[in-house]
Each structure stands twice: as structure tokens, then as C-alpha cells.
Ligand binder design. Structure first.
Ligand SMILES: Cc1cc2nc3c(=O)[nH]c(=O)nc-3n(C[C@H](O)[C@H](O)[C@H](O)COP(=O)(O)OP(=O)(O)OC[C@H]3O[C@@H](n4cnc5c(N)ncnc54)[C@H](O)[C@@H]3O)c2cc1C
Length: 380
């Protein structure tokens, strides 16, 4: 913990997952004095568990698709330029795992600007009949990053404080977190318990398990099917992941069944190809934090109590323009990236920097306060 320079900072970031680390890196690059806090260390939450594929989201046209495709392009550029030693670039084969997804893959193929081609023969020979007979798209370029390595590299040189934050105090225009002070506060705490009374922010924790294995089978590209199977930045290590379990929560106190998770991963992988002589080297587990509408969150937080005192008729259906809500001063939340945290982090961090440094407005569509009025109506 740095002792020589306790305060003041320009920005305090709580949560050192990919969102916190990438924000800290991007702000520091712009000359901002940042303190980064985490209760468990760098990339100890969902980020440390991630397979960390920088893959396009196969989705239908709309807001989500536009944001995801912009974020995907920015992320490829960001990791390959700034952190090449933690980034492995390989072709990417995405195989649909249901007929409905097959339809999405086919329409994505016609609309995308991303370069794609026929599946090379040597990859076809590896695939199961199910994979060969499903709709698929073979991108010339995909990437996977070393999740823990890249988060640590982004946080290098940033003042890091290993603290569990319990309380946030705001006085005289300054946020105080333990002994630290700053004008701006960034909350990037993933699926962990909220630090402010913001029940309107709808987030779901989605538990995931992935494994690193050694295998005699050579995997020449990144494969996404029922699970992902991929070479990694670590020589000889193949990653398989990840499960999506909405029923298990580490906060429940119940133990997690690692053996069952491993079996689910290997069963799913076997539907894509046959892996020979498998040796499981490491398990990774963690919570993704997904928003109810699948869009990520970047923006200010409404102070619900103060806003309802100012606009009591909101409870009875009165519609109030969001510019009239009362917000916690200079607090920005980054969250809700679901299974695309590594894809979205550079994009969200760049928009955060534009807001804090360049005074640009953040997109209302991404604001966590987009859920507020609906929550008030449901609550009455
Ligand atoms: C198994 C798995 C596979 C995944 N695969 C991919 C993938 O291939 N590609 C991709 O892009 N994304 C992937 N993701 C999703 C991605 O990992 C998440 O979207 C991303 O980790 C979210 O990052 P975050 O920084 O918001 O949250 P987190 O990484 O969860 O970080 C939150 C941090 O906040 C800290 N914290 C919380 N409360 C406090 C407090 N009170 N005081 C101090 N510290 C606190 C926690 O300790 C934690 O370190 C995967 C996730 C999982 C679980």
C-alpha cells in the first residue's frame, strides 16, 4: 500500500477487475491521479475467472449489436497494441449450438464487416458431425487475453489499496473512502453487494467455471460452440469454458461442486471435438454481472430517496425527465458486462475518460439510471 501519498486523488476506483483496472490505466494515461481499491487483490472477482475471449457478439441488428461491434473493434486494437505479450491472436470458429442460434449466425454472416472465410480442411477434420452440420462462421481474426496477466499489467504503476470498502462518505464536494479522498468515485464492483442504496439497478450474478487443461490434441484456433475450447497465451495449455449457472451464488454459503462443473465442461467440449489424454491443470470460478437488458452500464447513479422527495408523484406514474433526477455527485458506475467484460472494458474506460477528462456526456442508453422510473412504478 502506498504510504507517501495518501491523498488527494482525482479519482478513486473501487473494484480491481477488468473494468477497474482498464479504467485506472486509461485515466492514468490521460494524466489523472488514480487510486485503485480491491478487497481481494487485482482480478480476484469474475475477471480472474474469465476465459477472456475478445470475440464478437453474434446478435441481431440493434443498439446492443452496434455497441458490441464498436467495443469489439476497440478491444482488439487495445490489447494487441498495448498488451501484446498477454494477447494471443488466432482465427475464431463460432458454431451455433441451437437452430435458433444458427439463424442468428446466418444473418450475422451477411451483415458483418468482419473478415470471415470457409473453415480450413485441417480444422474440419477435428470437428464432430454435430459441429460440422451446424451453422458456423470462421473469422480470420479472434483473440484471447491472459485475464490475470493483463489486469495486473494495466494496474502497474497505479496506487493500489487492498481494502474492503464498507462506507462511502461525501462532504464538501469530496468523496472519502477510508483515508483516501477524491472528487470522482468509480464503482466497478461487479456482482458484489452494492455500496449505495441503488436497488433500481438490476444486476444478475451468473456463476461460471472454466478449466485449463493439457491435451495431446492440437487446437489450432479458438472454438466457440457449447463451450469455448482454445489455445492460450500459456504454452501447451488449452482453456475450456465456461459454464453459465444462474442458480449458484458464492454468497449463499453453499459449497460449489467442482467435480460436477468439470464434468459439465468436458461433456460440452466433447460435442465439438475429441480431446485426447486430458489432464486438468487448473480450475477458475467466478461471477459475471449481467444487466437485465443485456446492455452494459456506464453512468451516474440516481439518489432514489432524494429524487422521490423532489418528485413524489413519480410513485403514482408521473413521468419525470432524467435530467430532473437527483444524482450522487461525481459517482460513475461501470457494470453489467455479462460474459463480455473483457470485450467491453476498453470501450467503457475510453468513454469514462472522455467524461472525466474531456467533459463529454455519457450515453443515456448506458446509464444505470435507465432502470429507475420503472422501478419506482413497480415499487408503489
Ligand atoms: C467463467 C467466466 C468466463 C468469462 N469469459 C469471458 C470471456 O471470454 N470474455 C469476456 O469478455 N468476458 C468474460 N467473462 C466476463 C467478465 O469476466 C466479466 O464481465 C468481468 O470480469 C466483469 O469485470 P468487473 O471488473 O466489472 O467485475 P469483477 O471482475 O467481478 O471485479 C469486481 C471487483 O470488485 C471487488 N469488490 C467488490 N466489492 C468490494 C468492496 N466493498 N470493497 C473492495 N473491493 C470490492 C471484488 O473483490 C472484485 O475484484 C467471463 C466471466 C466468467 C466468470
Amino acid at each position: 500500500m502506498p504510504t507517501s501519498k495518501i491523498s488527494p486523488y482525482d479519482v478513486i476506483i473501487i473494484g480491481a477487475g477488468v473494468n477497474g483496472c482498464c479504467s485506472a490505466y486509461t485515466l492514468a494515461q490521460a494524466g489523472i491521479n488514480v487510486a485503485l481499491i480491491d478487497q481481494d487483490g487485482i482480478a480476484s472477482g469474475g475477471s480472474g475467472a474469465a476465459g477472456a475471449f475478445i470475440s464478437p457478439k453474434i446478435s441481431k441488428a440493434g443498439e446492443l449489436k452496434e455497441i458490441m461491434s464498436e467495443a469489439h473493434a476497440e478491444a482488439l486494437e487495445f490489447y494487441t497494441t498495448n498488451f501484446p505479450s498477454f494477447t494471443l491472436v488466432k482465427p475464431l470458429l463460432h458454431v451455433a449450438n441451437t437452430p435458433e442460434e444458427g439463424e442468428k449466425v446466418e444473418s450475422f454472416k451477411h451483415e458483418t464487416h468482419l473478415k470471415h472465410s470457409n473453415i480450413p480442411h485441417k480444422i474440419q477434420t477435428l470437428l464432430s458431425d454435430e459441429a460440422l452440420n451446424s451453422a458456423s462462421i470462421y473469422f480470420d481474426i479472434g483473440a484471447v487475453v491472459d485475464a490475470q496477466g493483463v489486469c495486473s499489467a494495466m494496474a502497474e504503476g497505479i496506487d493500489f489499496y487492498p481494502l474492503k470498502v464498507e462506507k462511502l462518505i461525501h462532504t464538501n464536494g469530496v468523496w472519502q473512502v477510508a483515508e483516501l479522498r477524491a472528487k470522482h468515485l468509480v464503482l466497478s464492483i461487479g456482482a458484489y453487494p452494492k455500496l449505495l442504496p441503488i436497488d433500481y439497478v438490476g444486476l444478475r450474478g451468473i456463476w461460471g467455471h472454466r478449466i485449463d487443461i493439457e491435451t495431446a490434441t492440437h487446437i489450432p484456433c479458438i472454438l466457440h460452440h457449447h463451450v469455448s475450447i482454445s489455445p492460450t497465451t500459456k504454452e501447451g495449455i488449452v482453456a475450456i469454458g465456461a459454464t453459465h449457472n444462474v442458480h449458484y451464488s458464492p454468497f449463499s454459503g453453499e459449497p460449489y461442486d467442482v467435480e460436477e462443473g468439470r464434468k459439465a465442461l468436458l461433456d460440452k467440449a466433447s460435442k465439438t471435438l475429441k480431446l485426447n489424454n486430458i489432464n486438468i491443470v487448473k480450475d477458475y470460478t467466478g461471477l459475471r454481472s449481467g444487466s437485465n437488458d443485456y446492455l452494459p452500464m456506464l453512468g451516474s447513479l440516481v439518489n432514489a430517496e432524494a429524487t422521490l422527495v423532489k418528485h413524489p408523484h413519480m410513485r403514482y406514474g408521473q413521468s419525470v425527465d432524467p435530467s430532473e433526477y437527483i444524482y450522487y455527485p461525481n459517482v460513475t458506475m461501470i457494470n453489467g458486462s455479462g460474459g463480455y467484460g473483457f470485450v467491453l472494458a476498453p470501450y467503457l474506460a475510453a468513454r469514462l475518460k472522455e467524461y472525466i477528462v474531456d467533459g463529454k456526456t455519457m450515453a443515456p442508453m448506458l446509464s444505470p439510471s435507465r432502470f429507475f422510473s420503472r422501478w419506482v412504478k413497480r415499487k408503489k
